[in-house]
Design a protein around this ligand. Structure first.
Ligand code: MN
Length: 327
């Protein structure tokens, strides 16, 4: 996924949890962002936003579909760069063909994690396949901590076996939860899982009190710790909790649970880049424009994507101000 906003907001995120009481609850409502093109599909973005930039190291949540591909043409995101982050692709329906500059060529399929660690720089393309009639899923980004953000890029795939817990079905794709552990490489303590509840079911999930958590509701009616969660919202829970109570209504619930220890670092996030300073982001952008968009070299910071039929995605113009924190 690429951040295709023409004027992407700058984010300099600090330790935001300091303002929240341990029992803090926030409702993060989505905004619709087009992925580009004349009849383009839209995604619902719940992170980052003005009220919150991070949940643990999770720094970006795009949720989309169910999308009739015949109407929207599905997803066709040309090669674009990333730095300083990991992309987590998770589908409920459909199929996406992923190609990146490490040479990885993989299909993103429902219930299977595709994890791309950008490190010092990578580029990738994402295209829904011609067999896909309905596209439905999420893409999330994880900010790499300062000690790991300059590593070489790599790609991983993992298909978790769903487990059952008190009537819920849970697929743990990042971190450890309910005794299940994902082998996916993480650089800070994190959790990512799909939770499915049958109708009219209440489940008390034990959670790590050192983590802050987010619950993204995909379908059904959900109460989380006695808060009613509107469809497509991301509910935030501050650290200090030992359990999270999820309760479904008259329809089954599908949700994503994310969590992690507060990152405790300041990051600068603009377009598809994460860095630590304005100057770093300027350099990331210039090298993308010069080395790839202008075609100066195939051996630069972002390497080359093979097999995509089309031109790379140019970066937007940077705002005329230094990237700095939003108030
Ligand atoms: Mn991307």
């Amino acid at each position: 996924m690429s951040n295709l906003e023409t004027k992407p907001p700058e984010v300099l995120a600090g330790d935001e949890t300091g303002d929240d009481a341990p029992t803090g609850f926030e409702l993060l409502t989505p905004r619709d962002v087009p992925l580009g093109g004349p009849r383009a599909m839209e995604v619902r973005r719940t992170l980052p936003q003005r009220a919150r930039s991070l949940i643990g190291a999770w720094c970006f949540v795009d949720h989309y579909g169910p999308d009739a591909v015949a109407r929207t043409n599905g997803m066709n995101v040309p090669p674009h760069p990333h730095t300083g982050l990991q992309t987590v692709s998770w589908l409920f329906a459909g199929e996406i063909e992923h190609r990146d500059s490490t040479g990885a060529h993989a299909m993103v399929r429902p219930g299977e994690l595709n994890l791309m660690t950008a490190g010092s720089g990578i580029q990738h393309s994402e295209v829904s396949t011609t067999e896909t009639t309905v596209l439905h899923g999420a893409q999330l980004w994880v900010a790499l901590p300062d000690t790991s953000r300059h590593i070489a890029p790599f790609f991983e795939h993992y298909a978790p076996t769903p487990i059952t817990f008190e009537g819920a079905t849970v697929s743990v794709f990042i971190g450890a939860f309910l005794g299940e552990a994902s082998p996916a490489t993480m650089f800070t303590p994190l959790l990512g899982a799909q939770i499915d509840l049958p109708a009219n079911t209440t489940v008390r999930f034990p959670i790590d009190p050192a983590f802050e958590h987010g619950v993204l509701l995909d379908s059904g009616m959900l109460r989380a710790d006695d808060h009613s969660i509107p469809a497509d919202n991301l509910a935030y829970f501050a650290p200090g909790r030992h359990e999270l109570v999820l309760e479904s209504g008259d329809e089954p619930v599908r949700a994503l649970l994310i969590g992690g220890e507060p990152l405790g670092e300041q990051i600068v996030m603009w377009w598809n880049f994460i860095g630590r300073t304005h100057e770093e982001i300027v350099e990331y952008r210039e090298r993308w424009q010069n080395e790839v968009v202008a075609g100066e070299t195939s051996a630069g910071r972002y390497g080359t994507v093979l097999g995509y039929d089309g031109a790379p995605l140019p970066a937007p113009v940077m705002p005329g101000i230094r990237l700095r924190p939003r108030e």
